[in-house]
Design a protein around this ligand. Structure first.
Ligand code: NAD
Length: 469
C-alpha cells in the first residue's frame, strides 16, 4: 500500500462541543489517489455493462443498510461536526431516501429516438461518463454524499469519494457501507483535506469532478479540471438574502428569519445570510427576532426552545466572529449575541445585528454561522435592489403579502432557488442551477442524472447489399 506524501500531515478531529480529540486520519497522497482512481477505472466497464435494474437493486439494498445504522451515523455526525442528533438523523434518513429515489429513477433515465430517414435509425443515448470524483462538505455530509454517489452509481459511473476532513469517520462509515453492496472498485473512499481533493480533481483519469463546498475550493477544482477536460459540477457557497416586506406579521417574519439564520447553527448552504427589512415593520421585527434568538440554545429544555449546536470547529467560529466583530467596530449594533462565550467547544450564540452598511463583509460574504444581520430599507424596491446586487446566486427568500412584489422578486433575483413566504421548504425532486459564484450545474434531483451521463447521438443506416463484380 502506498503511503501518504510527506507534506500531508495527519488530520486530528475534535468534538466541537468538548474539544476532545475523537480521531485522526492519514490523508491520502498521490499514490493512494492514483490507486483509488485506478480501481475505479478498472471497475468501470463491468459496472457500465451491468443492467440499470441490477445496479439500482444494489443501491436500494445499500439504502436499506444506511437506514439500519441511521442512529449510529447521526451520533457520529454529532461527535465530529456538532450537528444536533435529531438534525443529523434527519440528514441520514434523507440520504437513505435519496439513494432509494435514485435507485427508482436510474432505470427510467432514458434517451430519445429521432425522426430521421425512413431507412435509418437515429438515437440519442445517455451513457455513463466514467469515473466520478465526489468531493463533499461537512455541513450535511451524508445527504450530500448520498446524492452525488447515488446519481453517479445508478447511471453506471464508478466513484472515488472524498468526504470532508472535518467528518472523515462518518464519511468513511457511510461510503464503505454503500460500497460493501457493490462490486470491487465501483465506490472507493479516500481520506484527506484540500490537498487530497486537489490531487483527485487534477487526475487525468477522472471524468467528472462533482464538488459541494466552498467557493474557493470550487474555483481551484474548476482550474484543475480545465487541465484534464473533466466535467465539473459545482454546488458552492451562497450569501442568501431574506427580504421582509411591509405588511407582513413581524412576529411570524421573525420566526422565519430565525429559522433561516440559526438552523444547523447557520451552517446550511441556503441559510439566511442577510436580511433587508422594510422600515414599516422594522422595529417590531427586530424586537421579535431578538426574542426569538434567545430561544436557540445548546440544550433545549423548555417549551419553544430549539437546538443550537456548536459550530463545526474553532476555526469556523473565528471566521464567524471576525465578520461580526468587524461589523460592530464599524458601527453595527448587536441586539443579542455577538460575543464569543467562555468555556470549551466552538459555541457561538444566536446573534441579531442591525445598523449594517452594504459594503460590510458580513453583508458581502458568506458568514456560515448563527447570525442574522438586518438592514432596514425604506422600500421593497430598495431591499430587492440590494438583495440582487451580489455575485452569489444560490437562493433567496421573500416574505410579502403582495403577490406583485413576489412576482417581481422571483423574476429579478439571479439565484437558483427563490422561496416566497417560507425560509425553507420545497417540493420533492426540486433541483436548481446555482448562478455566479455559487456554482454551476444541477447537483440534485432527477436532473443530476443528466449531469452524470454523456448523451451520444447514434445514426444507423442499413448496409447496402454487396454487388458481385
Ligand atoms: P470546502 O470546499 O472547504 O470543503 C468541501 C470539500 O472540498 C472537502 O472534502 C474538502 O476537503 C474539499 N476541498 C477543499 N479544497 C479543495 C481543493 N483545492 N481541491 C479539491 N477539493 C478541495 O467546504 P466546506 O467548508 O466543507 O463546506 C462548507 C461550504 O459548502 C459552504 O460554503 C456551503 O455554503 C457550501 N455548501 C454548498 C451546498 C450547495 O448545495 N450549494 C451544500 C452544502 C454546502
Amino acid at each position: 500500500m502506498t503511503t501518504a506524501a510527506p507534506d500531508l500531515a495527519d488530520i486530528e478531529i475534535r468534538d466541537p462541543a468538548t474539544d476532545e480529540v475523537v480521531g485522526r486520519v492519514r490523508p491520502a497522497g498521490a499514490g493512494q489517489v492514483d490507486d483509488a482512481v485506478g480501481r475505479a477505472v478498472a471497475a468501470s466497464s463491468g459496472w457500465a455493462r451491468t443492467s440499470p435494474g441490477d445496479r439500482a437493486g444494489l443501491v436500494k439494498d445499500a439504502a436499506a443498510a444506511v437506514r439500519g445504522v441511521a442512529e449510529e451515523l447521526a451520533r457520529l455526525n454529532e461527535t465530529e461536526t456538532g450537528r444536533p442528533y435529531d438534525d443529523g438523523l434527519g440528514g441520514v434518513l434523507a440520504a437513505a431516501g435519496t439513494l432509494e429515489q435514485y435507485a427508482e429513477l436510474g432505470p427510467l433515465h432514458r434517451g430519445r429516438s429521432l425522426q430521421g430517414d425512413w431507412s435509418a435509425t437515429d438515437l440519442m443515448v445517455p451513457g455513463p461518463r466514467g469515473v466520478v470524483a465526489a468531493i463533499t462538505p461537512w455541513n450535511d455530509p451524508v445527504a450530500v454524499a448520498a446524492g452525488l454517489i447515488g446519481a453517479a452509481l445508478v447511471t453506471g459511473n464508478t466513484v472515488v469519494h472524498k468526504p470532508s476532513e472535518r467528518c472523515p469517520h462518518l464519511g468513511r462509515r457511510f461510503a464503505d457501507l454503500v460500497a460493501s453492496f457493490l462490486p470491487d472498485g465501483v465506490l472507493t473512499v479516500v481520506d484527506g483535506a484540500g490537498p487530497t481533493g486537489a490531487l483527485l480533481s487534477a487526475h487525468a483519469a477522472v471524468d467528472v469532478v462533482a464538488h459541494v463546498g466552498s467557493i474557493a475550493a470550487g474555483r481551484a477544482i474548476a482550474e484543475a479540471a480545465a487541465g484534464t477536460g473533466a466535467k465539473v459540477l459545482l454546488e458552492n457557497g451562497g450569501n442568501d438574502p431574506l427580504i421582509v416586506d411591509d405588511g407582513v406579521d413581524p412576529v411570524w417574519a421573525a420566526g422565519q428569519a430565525a429559522l433561516g439564520s440559526y438552523a444547523n447553527g447557520g451552517q446550511v448552504c441556503v441559510s439566511v445570510e442577510r436580511i433587508y427589512c422594510h422600515a414599516g415593520v422594522a422595529d417590531e421585527f427586530l424586537a421579535a427576532l431578538a426574542e426569538e434568538a434567545t430561544r436557540w440554545v445548546h440544550r433545549p429544555s423548555a417549551e419553544g426552545e430549539k437546538a443550537l449546536g456548536p459550530l463545526v470547529d474553532r476555526r469556523q467560529r473565528e471566521h464567524v466572529h471576525a465578520h461580526v466583530a468587524e461589523a460592530l467596530q464599524a458601527g453595527a449594533t448587536a441586539h443579542v449575541g455577538g460575543a464569543v462565550p467562555d468555556g470549551p467547544g466552538a459555541f457561538y450564540p444566536a446573534t441579531v445585528l442591525s445598523g449594517l452598511t452594504p459594503r460590510m463583509r458580513i453583508v458581502r460574504e458568506e458568514t456560515f454561522g448563527p447570525v442574522a444581520p438586518v438592514r432596514v430599507v425604506d422600500s421593497f424596491e430598495q431591499g430587492l435592489a440590494e438583495a440582487a446586487d451580489d455575485p452569489h446566486g444560490l437562493a433567496a427568500t421573500v416574505l410579502t403579502p403582495d403577490m406583485a412584489h413576489a412576482q417581481e422578486a422571483w423574476r429579478a433575483l439571479r439565484v437558483g432557488t427563490v422561496k416566497i413566504n417560507a425560509a425553507f421548504g420545497g417540493a420533492p425532486g426540486g433541483a436548481a442551477e446555482p448562478r455566479g459564484l455559487s456554482g454551476s450545474g444541477f447537483g440534485y434531483g432527477p436532473e443530476l442524472l443528466d449531469e452524470m451521463t454523456a448523451t451520444k447521438t447514434v445514426h444507423i443506416e442499413p448496409c447496402p447489399p454487396r454487388h458481385d463484380r
